[in-house]
Design a protein around this ligand. Structure first.
Ligand code: FES
Ligand code: FES
Length: 203
């Protein structure tokens, strides 16, 4: 069957396709010049300039956009209290507070924490050096052995009490279940949280 002669044939269109593909697509009207936005040198490298407020203090950083909040704290602010256990949201060792909520800092991008109040274990004690009741309770009850999970346990425990999820032993175990302890200090952690709960509620 022959091709119709009216209008461009399918074969002619296909022959013209490579030519069309080489023509740049112009989204702007001819009389409206496209805006020229020069990327900043750091943005061109995939970095971001940002300010993070940690423990009440602003930190200005220029870091890779893909940096996690945990790495920003540890590698760029030398706040190494928050620990890297798994780096994939399974152990709780990296727990910090963001606007008062507990957050796994290995799963949050640093850029997403801009404009928020970040709290780490380094900022938990009072400005006079007095330990937070939860820190003191972990010491009083030997709520740790090697101590690697302890900063995350304490940050989670403080949030657990503030959330009202520390009223029973079962509640504490349930709402602290995201924080693993390879040394299995769990019974003493529960006792510590119960002691601190009373002091936090009275404060
Ligand atoms: S290091 Fe973040 S959950 Fe393990
Ligand atoms: S005290 Fe060692 S992992 Fe918890």
């Amino acid at each position: 069957m022959g091709e119709k002669t009216q209008g461009p044939s399918r074969r002619a269109l296909l022959r013209g396709a490579p030519l069309l593909a080489s023509v740049p697509i112009v989204a702007w009207a001819a009389d409206a010049p496209a805006p020229q936005v020069a990327p900043s040198p750091s943005a061109a490298k995939g970095w971001s300039d940002m300010t993070l407020n940690v423990n009440g203090r602003d930190h200005r950083l220029s870091i890779d956009t893909r940096t996690s909040l945990l790495d920003a704290l540890r590698e760029h602010m030398q706040l190494t209290g928050s620990k890297k256990g798994c780096d994939q949201g399974q152990c709780g060792a990296c727990t910090v507070h963001v606007d008062g909520e507990r957050v796994l800092s290995c799963l949050m991008l640093a850029v997403a924490a801009q404009g928020k109040q970040i709290g780490t274990i380094e900022g938990l004690a009072g400005t006079d050096g007095r330990l937070h009741p939860m820190q003191q309770a972990f010491i009083d009850h030997d709520g740790f052995q090697c101590g690697y999970c302890t900063p995350g346990q304490i940050m989670s425990a403080v949030a657990c009490v503030r959330e009202g999820h520390a009223n029973t032993d079962a509640d504490i175990r349930e709402y602290m279940s995201g924080n693993l302890c390879r040394c299995a200090a769990y019974p003493k952690i529960v006792e510590a949280i119960k002691q601190a709960r009373g002091q936090m509620e009275r404060a």
